[in-house]
Design a protein around this ligand. Structure first.
Ligand SMILES: Nc1ncnc2c1ncn2[C@@H]1O[C@H](COP(=O)(O)OP(=O)(O)OP(=O)(O)O)[C@@H](O)[C@H]1O
Ligand SMILES: [Mg+2]
Length: 291
């Protein structure tokens, strides 16, 4: 048997592993220190007892990762048993995982919207020409709901309940007046409180505006020659939080671009990270690998 090709996405809310030929084989919450032990455990589980053929491993890293951090992650991956270790920036991985032929694109925007925030980039011919981190991710949406419930009802709910309300009632576009659905949330001190979708929307709106501003900035920094291609190809969303209902229509309206949510949005980064092992010439141009 040949050595496995493994893509690993060390996300804030989940570690996701893609194995070439098998697909997503693992998704679980990360341990506290995400570089060393988590990598050991995850790689160990994927390769099992068969340790003769060590795997090629690609890891996704934040677009703004420093050289020191790159080196630390690469070394931890080698120590965990990899034959070779490579890094790829999350927006590039997200785009590959979304099925975009990044090497030949004349200009497309991608935004991976995870738990901790969003990473957005414009990609032209395999390279990120603009990049930004936007601090409006799923966890801040949850917190905004928690705060809104406290402010309007004087009731404390925990973050999990905030997330549950988001998943149950959250939408990027305002619900029609008088037609907002209602859900119950458990108060931290016991008892329940009734929340409607209009309240949830009002809590999310400022963060969605922040997301729009961040995306406008990334798109605004694009070289003018790329603008026509961008207007045509638009924005692709990935990440768990990209699944917020109506987010595509909301962003499309505000940015005046075609916006789509990738299929299997939450797995795009991990999938693209694994698939990138088949396109190493792209990665080798940078200094982000050890063999
Ligand atoms: N249907 C949905 N609607 C809205 N949000 C969702 C939905 N499904 C998942 N989420 C949110 O997506 C987030 C997790 O997404 P994802 O798994 O992409 O994050 P991550 O990769 O762990 O984090 P990061 O990339 O920021 O490190 C959570 O905040 C979760 O509440
Ligand atoms: Mg992620």
């Amino acid at each position: 048997m040949l050595s496995k090709k493994i893509g690993i996405d060390l996300g804030t809310s989940s570690v996701t592993v893609y194995v070439k030929g098998e697909g997503i084989v693992l998704r679980e919450p990360p341990a506290d220190d995400r570089a060393g032990p988590t990598l050991q455990r995850v790689i160990g589980r994927v390769i099992g007892r068969q340790r003769i053929f060590r795997p090629d491993v690609m890891l996704s890293v934040p677009g703004a990762v420093t050289g020191v951090e790159r080196r630390a992650v690469l070394e931890a991956t080698m120590q965990a048993g990899a034959k070779s270790a490579y890094l790829i920036e999350k927006p590039l991985a997200a785009a590959i995982g979304a099925g975009i032929a990044i090497a030949s694109t004349d200009g497309i925007a991608v935004c991976d919207l995870g738990a901790s925030g969003a990473e957005a980039a414009v990609i032209v011919q395999g390279e990120m020409v603009t990049f930004a981190v936007i601090r409006a991710g799923g966890e801040r949406l949850d917190q905004a709901i928690v705060q809104a419930v406290a402010a309007r009802h004087g009731v404390a709910i925990d973050r999990r309940e905030g997330e549950r309300l988001k998943l149950e009632l959250g939408r990027a576009l305002a619900p029609e007046r008088g037609r907002a659905r209602v859900a119950q949330a458990k108060a931290a001190g016991g008892g329940e409180v009734s929340i409607d979708a209009a309240e949830v929307h009002a809590a999310l709106a400022p963060l969605l505006d922040e997301l729009v501003r961040g995306l406008e900035e990334v798109i605004g920094l694009t070289p003018p020659a790329v603008a026509p291609a961008l207007a045509r190809n638009g924005l692709v969303l990935s990440g768990g939080a990209a699944q917020l209902p109506d987010l595509d229509r909301f962003l499309g309206g505000r940015l005046r671009l075609p916006v789509v949510v990738a299929r299997n949005a939450q797995a795009c980064v991990a999938t693209g990270t694994g698939l990138a092992l088949d396109n190493l010439q792209m990665i080798r141009r940078g200094q982000h690998y050890i063999t």
